[in-house]
Ligand binder design. Sequence first.
Ligand code: GDD
Ligand code: MN
Length: 384
Amino acid sequence: MTSSLPPAPAPAAPVFIGANPGPAVAPDLTVVIPTFNERGNLEPLVARLAHVLAGIAWEAIFVDDNSPDGTADALRGIGRRDPRIRCIRRVGRRGLAGACIEGMLAAQAPVVAVMDADLQHDESLLPQMLEAMGTGADVVVATRYAPGGDAEGFSAWRGRGSRLATTLAQRVLKVTSSDPMSGFFMLRRETVEELAPKLSTQGFKILLDILASARGRLKVKELTYSFGVRQSGDSKLDNRVLMDFLGLIVSKASGGLVSLRFLSFATVGAAGLVVHLAALRLGLGFALSFLVAQTIATLTAMTFNYVLNNLLTYRDRRLSGWAFLRGLLAFYAICGLGAAANVGAAEWAFYQTAQWWLAGIAGACIGAVWNYAMSRALVWKDAA
Ligand code: GDD
Ligand code: MN
């Protein structure tokens, strides 16, 4: 066969940068570690991983959400010494679940573990988990709640809350794991690739999301361990994480019909209605005309909804500065059209059914869905 391509150049002489380490070994295990302000825990964690994983080809991918304490820089420093350590640095985004998903998708090894950076997870379990993966498990969960495990690192109320959440998840989502809230687990990268489009990037409950999204198709094995006490830095779990969790339950139980964000948006909207009525009452109390009082109440409620949605519903892409003001104006315009859509739909429904309350609810739903869809597309852009 003749070819018009120029002859291949002679192979270049090998270039040596420092010591030539020879070809690196492809890893069999990737450990994904989400971090936010964990600088003080990195060195001991990497040392422990190197110790317990001796004899296994591994790599660790840290996924850092641009921690102000310089976690990413510290990781790069460690990575210069030990190329098994890599860091994905995300800017302008926050969220444990999303960080874990990105790390798992960037993994090189066929098997992926997820664990916390704060030394609360017992890393010496990793070789056993890997072994269990080799004996037919799809997911290996390090559990605190099977016999032999415990959660000494939890305060009393947090322990109770975590148990309650676990029971709820097991009942509603029919998840069989004894600890579906565990942040310490292992699975095949292939499984993550298949499920990734269905997973929520918000919240802490990545394992629960994986198990629920797979609808019982994954064979789960469990190993017990004792959840340790945090050594350095603070926990990032707060009440908003609880809200996320409840949202995930509803979202998964409804087969994805009701999304977590919509739920949050609708809850804020309901609170806005209360604000609206209170402002209207106050305005009328000051002897304003109904038109003026209603206009002020509407603006107050819209502003309240906007601020709350920016703080909660879209906290992972929160607007600030000029973008905040621009977003507010766009939100006013969208809600104005939403009100028109609400009235139009309600009138049509009333004409069809002659039921005032049914028409009212239909109008409110259309308005809410419109406001949600439009503000997601135009104010807090690109949000999933
Ligand atoms: N990239 C990224 N972005 N990492 C985060 C974020 C975030 O927004 N929030 C927390 N992390 C990291 C932390 O730095 C830590 O390595 C790990 O995620 C867990 O966060 P903690 O704040 O220490 O969580 P916890 O100890 O309160 O919660 C643990 O128990 C929960 C079960 O109740 C974790 O294991 C959770 O995964 C688990 O769901
Ligand atoms: Mn922790």
